[in-house]
Design a protein. Structure first.
Length: 272
C-alpha cells in the first residue's frame, strides 16, 4: 500500500482532476452542475469563472451587481468568500486595473437602498452631471461612477428618464460609442441591466444563439440562473424582439442532452 501523499497517489489525484475538469467542460454536465448548486453558490462559481478568464467577463459581474437585489448580492459575496477563501472584491481587484477596476469593485461592494422612493430634484441634477460627463467624453468621471454604483434602481431610472426627456436620447445610446473600449462597454452594460433586465437578458440570449457554434456559456448562464425567477418574462421579450420563440431558437442551435436540458428549463419537458 502506498503511503498517503506518495508520488503515485498524487499522480492519480491529478489524473482524476483532469478527467473531472474535462467532463465538466462539456455543455450538458456543466449546465447540470450549475443547476444543482444553491443559487448563491452557483453565482459565486459564475463570478469566479468570469474573474479568472484571460480577460475578465465584466458582464457576469455587472449582472449580479445590478440586477440582483442588495440581499442577493450580499449572499453571493458571502458564498464566494466561503468557497474560495478570498473576498469577491479582493479577487476582482487583483484581476482588473484602471477605470474598469474602479467601476466593478464599486458595483460588487455596494449595498443599494432597496426602497421605491424617488427624489425628483436629485434625478434632475444628476441627469445633468451624467450628461456633462458623457458629452465631454469623461466616462471615468468620479461622479458618474458614484451615481451608477450607489443610487437605488428607482432613483437611477428616474435620472435616466430625466436624461431622455431633456436630451431626446437615452443614456444607453449615448454610451455606445467606441465598441473597442471595455470600460465604456461596461458602463453601457450597467445602464442596460438597471433599466430593463428582461430586455438585457433577451439580447444576451439572442447574441448567444446567433454566434457560430453558439455561445453556450452565456446561454446556459441566463437560462439556468433565471429559470426559477423571471425566465417567462425574458421569453416574452425575446419573442417580441426576434419574432421567434426562445424554445425554437434553442432547439435549432443546440443538440443532444444539452438541448433537452435547456428546453426542460424553458418549460418543454416533453423534449426530454
Amino acid at each position: 500500500m502506498q503511503p498517503k501523499g506518495s508520488k503515485s497517489e498524487k499522480l492519480m489525484r491529478g489524473s482524476m482532476k483532469r478527467i473531472l475538469s474535462s467532463a465538466l467542460s462539456l455543455s450538458f454536465p456543466r449546465a447540470v452542475y450549475r443547476w444543482i448548486l444553491d443559487p448563491v453558490d452557483r453565482d459565486a462559481v459564475l463570478a469566479h469563472v468570469a474573474i479568472k478568464k484571460s480577460e475578465v467577463d465584466f458582464k457576469v459581474l455587472i449582472e449580479i451587481s445590478c440586477i440582483y437585489s442588495p440581499e442577493e448580492l450580499l449572499g453571493v459575496r458571502r458564498a464566494y468568500q466561503n468557497r474560495y477563501k478570498h473576498s469577491l472584491e479582493e479577487d476582482l481587484a487583483s484581476h482588473t486595473s484602471g477605470d474598469l477596476r474602479k467601476l466593478l469593485v464599486a458595483l460588487v461592494s455596494g449595498y443599494r437602498y432597496n426602497g421605491v422612493e424617488v427624489n425628483a430634484r436629485l434625478a434632475d441634477s444628476e441627469a445633468d452631471i451624467v450628461h456633462k460627463a458623457i458629452k465631454d467624453n469623461c466616462f471615468n468621471n468620479d461622479e458618474l461612477i458614484r451615481i451608477l454604483t450607489t443610487r437605488s434602481k428607482p432613483q437611477l431610472n428616474a435620472t435616466f428618464n430625466r436624461y431622455r426627456e431633456d436630451h431626446k436620447t437615452s443614456i444607453s445610446k449615448d454610451l455606445l460609442g467606441d465598441s473597442g473600449n471595455s470600460f465604456q462597454k461596461a458602463l453601457h452594460t450597467t445602464v442596460r441591466c438597471i433599466t430593463d433586465p428582461h430586455k438585457y437578458y433577451a439580447k444576451v440570449l439572442r447574441d448567444g444563439v446567433k454566434k457560430m457554434g453558439t455561445d453556450e456559456d452565456s446561454v446556459t448562464r441566463v437560462i439556468v440562473t433565471r429559470a426559477e425567477k423571471d425566465l417567462k418574462e425574458i421569453k416574452e421579450v425575446y419573442y417580441k424582439k426576434n419574432s421567434i420563440s426562445l424554445d425554437d431558437a434553442i432547439a435549432k442551435d443546440t443538440s443532444g442532452d444539452y438541448k433537452d436540458f435547456l428546453l426542460a428549463l424553458l418549460g418543454k419537458p416533453d423534449h426530454c
